[in-house]
Design a protein around this ligand. Structure first.
Ligand code: FES
Length: 78
């Protein structure tokens, strides 16, 4: 309960990996695409990785902004 549709949105259809799992992996230290593939199994399914282009923006946004597209933007403190 309490999970939004967005969090449950499947990013990798081959391995049934929802957005939430990818975001958690990144938060927990997966800071390269290969880390994400290793830790979540997303991007390494039989289709050959068609979801990888969907995964990359999560990582890029987190590394540059510290947030994910699903989250409200918080002002950056200086
Ligand atoms: S959809 Fe992710 S590897 Fe195929």
């Amino acid at each position: 309960m309490g999970k939004s549709k967005k969090e449950q949105q499947i990013i990798c259809f081959c391995n049934n990996v929802p957005r939430e799992v990818i975001e958690n992996a990144i938060r927990n230290g997966a800071h390269t695409l290969n880390d994400i593939y290793d830790q979540t199994m997303a991007g390494v399914g039989p289709c050959g990785g068609s979801c990888r282009r969907k995964i990359a923006p999560f990582l890029e946004e987190f590394l540059s902004m510290g947030t994910f597209p699903s989250e409200e933007k918080k002002p950056v403190k200086n």
